[in-house]
Design a protein around this ligand. Structure first.
Ligand code: AGP
Length: 608
C-alpha cells in the first residue's frame, strides 16, 4: 500500500511534497516525484530516493519549484527490493510518460514479456513500470491528434489486479488517473485540482472532494475532469472533518502522544453514547435496530491486526451481555459463504477504513446476503462509505503505525454495542455503565504513575531474544495478544501470547534463564491460577514482569511489578492495555527503533 498525490496548479510540486508527507503513514520505503513546467521541453522531470519524504525534499532541493503539473508517491514495497530503481515514479524508455501506482498488477509479468518482445527495456522489478510502456505503445499506434484518455483507458482495460494510477505525459496539460480496487479521491482548491490516495492531504489545500469509483479513467485538467463518458464524472461535495497536524507536541514520538491521548479520545468515543442519567448505553448509527440485532442468527466481526485483537475482546462482551451468536474472523481468512445469510450482520472493524482485506470481507459478506456495518475511525474512508452505517471511533487522527488509542476506542464502542443489544438486568447494566464513565480518569491516573517500573521492565526486555505474554480469563487471555503485537511491531523482538493455562502444553519449552514473561493478573477469579502459571515460568528461570492491581502474595514472584488502577472486572482491558503499550514503546526506544515508522509496516494496508 502506497500513497499517491498529484496536483495541477501553481507550485504543484510543493503541493505534492506536502501531500506525500501526509500520506507517508501508508508506506515509507521510498519516495519520488515527477513534474512538468510551463513551456516544458523534453522528458518529464523526475527525482526519487529510498527513505522518507524528507529525504526526497532534500534531494529535490527546490529543483521542482515552479512546476504546474506534478505527481508523487510514497512506497510500501510489494514487488522488488527497496532501492531507487524500484522507487516510483516509473517512466517510458524515452522519459516522456511517467506514472505512479498503488495496488498490485497481477498480470504484470505476462504484459512485460509481451512488450520485451516488442523491444522495450524494463528497468525495474516492479509490477508498475510496464504500465508506462503500454501507454507508450498505445500512443505510438495512434494517428494524430492524440487521444491520451483513450490510450490510457485501453491500457487499464488490459490490467488485472488492483490499482490507483496517476500518469503525466510531457506534452499533455493534465493528469491521467484510474481507479480499480485501491482508494483514490479528487480534490478541488482555490487554484488547484488535486488527486490523492485519501483525503488527509486535502485538508488545508482543497475545499471540495469527489471519490473515484472502480473502473473510472479520467483526465484531470486545470478546468476540471474529462471522462470518455460524462455520466460517470463523480460529484464534488464539501470536504468534511478536520486534519490533526502530525505533531507530537511535548512528547518525543507520535506513538507516546497517542498513548497519552487515550483519556480524551475515550471520552470522545463515549460522548453522547451514555444516557444523560448516566445509567444506560445507547449506540446509534447502525441500520438494524437493537431488537432486530437481538434476533440475528449471527454477528460476524471481520478485521486485521490490532483491530482483530480488539474484536476478540468485543466478542467476549457480546457473549457476556447478549445471547446473539458472535464470532471474530481475521478478514483475510473470512469464510463468508459458511457464516453469512440474510439474517446475519457482518461488522468491519478498522482504524483507517482502507484495509483491503477487511473491505473485501465486507463485500463478500454483502454478496452472501449479510447485513454489513462498520466500526471505523476515519470519516469518509472507503469502508465507512461502503457500509454507510455503524459507529465512528472519534479517536482523532492516529499517525503512529502501531495502533494504540484506536484499539481502546474499538473495545469501548464494542462494549457499548454489546450493552445496546444486551438482555442483562438493568441493575447489572447500570453498574457497568457507571464504571465505564470512570474510565477516562482512571486511564489518566494510570498514565501518570511514575514509579520506574516500566523503565526497569523495559531494561529486562531490551536485549532478550523473545518475550512471552500470559493472561487468564475471557478478557485478559485476549488482551495479551494485542500486547505481543505491539511489542513485535515496535521493538522487533519475537513474542508469543498464550493463555496462562496453555503454556505447560508446549510453549513453556521456550523459557530459559532470563526469558522475560509479562504476566497480566488482575484481581479476578483467575488470580490464583495465574500465580501457578507464574511459578511454573519462574522455576525455569523466567524474569517475571507482573502487571496487576493486586498487592498480595502473587507480587513476591515478580522481578518487576507494574501496579494498575482497580476497576470493574469487565473493564480491566482498558487499564491493563496502558502498561502494555508503554512497555512496547520503551523497548522500541531502548532498541533505537523509529517507533512511529517501524520497518516493513504501514498504517493502512490497501493491498491483499
Ligand atoms: C497495528 O498496530 C497495525 N498498524 C496493524 O496491525 C493494523 O491494526 C491493521 O493493519 C488493521 O488496520 P485498520 O484498523 O486500519 O484496518
Amino acid at each position: 500500500m502506497c500513497g499517491i498525490y498529484g496536483c495541477i496548479g501553481p507550485n504543484a510540486s510543493t503541493m505534492v511534497l506536502q501531500g506525500l508527507r501526509k500520506l507517508e503513514y501508508r508506506g515509507y520505503d521510498s519516495a519520488g516525484l515527477a513534474a512538468i513546467f510551463p513551456k516544458h521541453q523534453g522528458p518529464v522531470k523526475m527525482e526519487k530516493t529510498v527513505g522518507y519524504v524528507s529525504d526526497l525534499v532534500s534531494k529535490a532541493n527546490g529543483r521542482f519549484d515552479g512546476a504546474h503539473i506534478s505527481i508523487g508517491h510514497t512506497r510500501w514495497a510489494t514487488h522488488g527490493q527497496v532501492n531507487t530503481n524500484n522507487a516510483h515514479p516509473h517512466s517510458s524508455n524515452d522519459g516522456n510518460i511517467t506514472i505512479v501506482h498503488n495496488g498490485i498488477i497481477e498480470n504484470a509479468l505476462e504484459l512485460s514479456n509481451k512488450i520485451i518482445k516488442l523491444g522495450y527495456d524494463i528497468k525495474s522489478e516492479t509490477d508498475t513500470e510496464v504500465i508506462s510502456h503500454l501507454i507508450d505503445i498505445e500512443l505510438k499506434n495512434q494517428s494524430k491528434p492524440k487521444n491520451y484518455l483513450g490510450a490510457f483507458s485501453n491500457v487499464t482495460s488490459q490490467l488485472i489486479g488492483s490499482w490507483a494510477i496517476a500518469a503525466i505525459i510531457s506534452d499533455l496539460e493534465g493528469i491521467l488517473v484510474s481507479k480499480n480496487g485501491a482508494p483514490m479521491a479528487i480534490g478541488k482548491g482555490v487554484n488547484n485540482i488535486s488527486v490523492s490516495s485519501d483525503v488527509q492531504p486535502f485538508y488545508g489545500a482543497c475545499s471540495e472532494v469527489a471519490y473515484m469509483n472502480d473502473g473510472d479513467n479520467f483526465l484531470l485538467t486545470k478546468d476540471g475532469i474529462i471522462s470518455q463518458d460524462d455520466s460517470n464524472i463523480p460529484n464534488f461535495s464539501i470536504l468534511e472533518g478536520i486534519y490533526d497536524e502530525q505533531n507530537p507536541g511535548l512528547f518525543e514520538h507520535m506513538m507516546l502522544k497517542e498513548i497519552h491521548d487515550q483519556p480524551i479520545s475515550l471520552s470522545n468515543a463515549l460522548h453522547g453514547r451514555i444516557s444523560s442519567d448516566g445509567l444506560n448505553a445507547k449506540l446509534s448509527g447502525f441500520s438494524l435496530s437493537p431488537s432486530e440485532m437481538k434476533n440475528l442468527d449471527k454477528i460476524n466481526l471481520v478485521s486485521c491486526g490490532t483491530a482483530y485483537y480488539a474484536s476478540l475482546i468485543i466478542v467476549e462482551y457480546i457473549r457476556k451481555y447478549s445471547k446473539v451468536p458472535v464470532e471474530a474472523f481475521r478478514a483475510s481468512e473470512f469464510p463468508s459463504e459458511n457464516t453469512c445469510s440474510k439474517n446475519t450482520l457482518t461488522i468491519g472493524i478498522t482504524q483507517s477504513g482502507e484495509t483491503k482485506d477487511t473491505l473485501d470481507a465486507l463485500m463478500e459478506a454483502k454478496k452472501c446476503g449479510s447485513h454489513v456495518s462498520s466500526i471505523c475511525n476515519v470519516i469518509g474512508s472507503t469502508i465507512a462509505r461502503f457500509t454507510n452505517n455503524g459507529a465512528y471511533l472519534y479517536a482523532g487522527s492516529e499517525f503512529a503505525v502501531a495502533s494504540t488509542k484506536a484499539y481502546t476506542n474499538m473495545i469501548a464502542i464494542g462494549l457499548l454495542f454489546a450493552l445496546t443489544i444486551s438482555d442483562i438486568s438493568e441493575n447489572k447494566k447500570r453498574k457497568i455503565v457507571k464504571s465505564i464513565r470512570k474510565l477516562p480518569n482512571l486511564i489518566s491516573s494510570q498514565l501518570i504513575i511514575h514509579d520506574e517500573s516500566i523503565q526497569h521492565a523495559s531494561k529486562l526486555i531490551r536485549d532478550s531474544k523473545k518475550v512471552i505474554f500470559i493472561g487468564r480469563g475471557d478478557l485478559t487471555s485476549k488482551l495479551v495478544q494485542e500486547g505481543a503485537l505491539k511489542m513485535m511491531e515496535v521493538s522487533y523482538i519475537p513474542c508469543l501470547a498464550y493463555p496462562g493455562g496453555e503454556l505447560k502444553h508446549g510453549p513453556i519449552a521456550l523459557i530459559e534463564d532470563g526469558t522475560p514473561v509479562i504476566a497480566i493478573a488482575p484481581s479476578d477469579s483467575k488470580l490464583h491460577l495465574m500465580e501457578s502459571s507464574i511459578r511454573e515460568c519462574k522455576s525455569r528461570g523466567a524474569k517475571i514482569i507482573l502487571i496487576t492491581d493486586h498487592e498480595g502474595p502473587i507480587t513476591k514472584h515478580a522481578d518487576v511489578t507494574i501496579t494498575t488502577m482497580k476497576i470493574h472486572s469487565d473493564l480491566t482491558p482498558f487499564i491493563n492495555i496502558i502498561p502494555l503499550q508503554l512497555l512496547a514503546y520503551k523497548a522500541g526506544i531502548e532498541n533505537g527503533i523509529n517507533v512511529d515508522r517501524p520497518r516493513n509496516l504501514a498504517k493502512s494496508v490497501t493491498v491483499v
